[in-house]
Design a protein around this ligand. Structure first.
Ligand SMILES: [Fe+2]
Ligand SMILES: [Fe+2]
Length: 250
């Protein structure tokens, strides 16, 4: 058998194994994933899961994570391509920001890139909170609010793309106004503001950034747990496990 044919045969065998795994399991999505498409307050037709196990671990449709996953594994095997976060981190570096701000930029949209889109700043901050400096967490949490408010001192203007995406008269709501007021008086305001300044509001198709450029920044500023993210009993370990195994039945 030629090497190419051997590779093909191996790929087909892997596909077949994945298909068999799929047949073994009834894979159910969390309500949150389908809320809106489905009105869960109404009775739903029952899935026919007869003879199949409920999935309680790895989803065979996804690349398998290592036993002790690192932040970089999550970037590569679970998050989206993350071009926007990588470009923002590169911009922060170019602008001479501290490593903490570079890391905050690199992680600032993990909420919508890998977990939950709505309230992404809050989810993202919570995810990384046990592993980074509080200044990084603050910046990620409050960029959610600060991006809606201009700050001349830092040269931050309301993004034109937001006006296009959300409408010219969009108001983010009272809780976001309150968060902005709170952040303005906080000792880490500058960190959160610098994040919004380096947060790229227009994706540049010509700038290619590799995650590896930030291996050292991550190594110095992200406390990677020895047991692997999700298995370290931190207050947010369960959130990382859910990203690892998003379709576990319970
Ligand atoms: Fe964001
Ligand atoms: Fe962003």
């Amino acid at each position: 058998m030629s090497p190419a044919a051997a590779v093909l045969e191996k790929a087909e065998a892997a596909d077949l194994a994945a298909a068999r795994e799929m047949d073994r399991y009834a894979i159910v999505k969390s309500h949150l994933y389908t809320s809106g498409e489905i009105d869960h307050t109404q009775p739903q037709p029952r899935d026919d899961a007869k003879g199949r196990l409920r999935l309680m671990g790895h989803d065979p449709r996804l690349p398998k994570m290592p036993e002790k996953p690192t932040l970089i594994d999550f970037f590569k095997l679970r998050f989206g391509p993350c071009v926007h976060m990588l470009q923002s981190a590169r911009l922060a570096q170019k602008n001479g920001c501290s490593e903490k701000i570079v890391l905050a930029c690199l992680l600032h949209d993990v909420g919508n890139n890998g977990f939950i889109r709505a309230d992404h700043g809050y989810w993202g901050a919570q995810l990384v909170e046990p592993y980074v400096d509080e200044e990084v967490t603050f910046a990620i949490r409050y960029h959610q609010a600060l991006r809606f408010f201009p700050d001349e001192k830092y040269g931050y203007v309301y993004p034109e793309s937001y006006a296009r995406m959300f409408g010219r008269d969009f108001d983010p709501g009272k809780h976001i106004h309150r968060a902005h007021e709170y952040a303005k008086k906080h000792k880490y305001y500058e960190a959160a503001r610098l994040l919004t300044v380096n947060d790229l509001y227009a994706f540049d198709p010509n700038v290619h950034v590799e995650l590896e450029e930030f291996t050292d920044v991550i190594g110095r500023n992200f406390r990677q747990p020895e047991e692997g993210l999700g298995f370290d009993d931190s207050p947010t370990a369960h959130m990382w496990r859910t990203i690892n195994w998003p379709t576990r039945y319970l």
